[in-house]
Design a protein around this ligand. Structure first.
Ligand SMILES: C[S@@+](CC[C@H](N)C(=O)[O-])C[C@H]1O[C@@H](n2cnc3c(N)ncnc32)[C@H](O)[C@@H]1O
Length: 193
């Protein structure tokens, strides 16, 4: 799915539409401590700060960061999120980056920091999902048939006999680990770490 993407896409800044932001904000509990990875010009970070206790916004391109005053609970860090140690006590992360090539790395770092909720469009592109990082994914090999989303960032469908296809097979997405693409995405993700 993302094998042919160029690193330049990942470095690009582009804001998302209001629907994407509304869906993202809908997943953030009031009082959360949020890490916004790739915060761009902080337009979403500011909205996150209205409902969160504290927001850490990481953006590596200094020219995008506005010089205007910030709310006191919004802490901006101009750094590379791949190498920056993540702050302790974050419970929610936001990763709006459709061309992200380092999903597995970010997920591993978030889990190590004790973060339990990842709100992202990095796996499904247009759709924003909320991943429970405290739930252990199933081994890919146990999935007989159906859609999967892997902890490495890959998504796909395991084919099976057509007679076993039901509407729930088509609607459900199973969280897995060790999918066939793990090797590829793991290599990209950990090259820079
Ligand atoms: C598609 S934009 C989204 C910006 C913002 N989240 C929004 O919705 O308005 C992705 C942003 O991630 C930043 N970014 C990409 N890789 C990064 C990294 N390793 N560390 C920090 N920021 C990064 C880019 O510079 C860009 O501003």
């Amino acid at each position: 799915m993302r094998v042919g993407d160029d690193a330049a896409w990942e470095a690009m800044w582009a804001p998302y539409d209001n629907e994407t932001y509304a869906r993202t904000l809908g997943f953030v509990p009031r009082g959360a401590t949020v890490l916004d990875i790739g915060a761009g010009d902080l337009r979403l970070s500011r909205r996150l700060a209205e409902q969160a206790r504290r927001v850490y916004a990481i953006e590596r391109r200094p020219e995008l960061l506005p010089a205007t005053p910030l709310p006191p609970n919004l802490i901006v860090i101009c750094a590379d999120a791949r190498t920056l140690p993540f702050p302790a006590r974050i419970d929610t992360a936001v990763l709006l980056m459709r061309h992200c090539r380092h999903f597995a790395l970010y997920r591993t770092k978030l889990e190590a920091a004790g973060c339990t909720r990842l709100i992202t469009n990095a796996r499904f592109g247009m759709d924003v999902e909320c991943i429970d990082l405290s739930a252990r994914p199933r081994p890919y090999d146990e999935l007989a048939m159906g859609w999967y989303a892997c902890r490495c960032g890959a998504t796909g469908f395991v084919a099976g006999p057509p007679e076993r296809l039901t509407s729930s097979t088509l609607e459900h997405i199973t969280e897995v680990e060790n999918c066939p693409e793990c090797k590829h995405y793991g290599r990209i993700s950990h090259r820079i770490a």
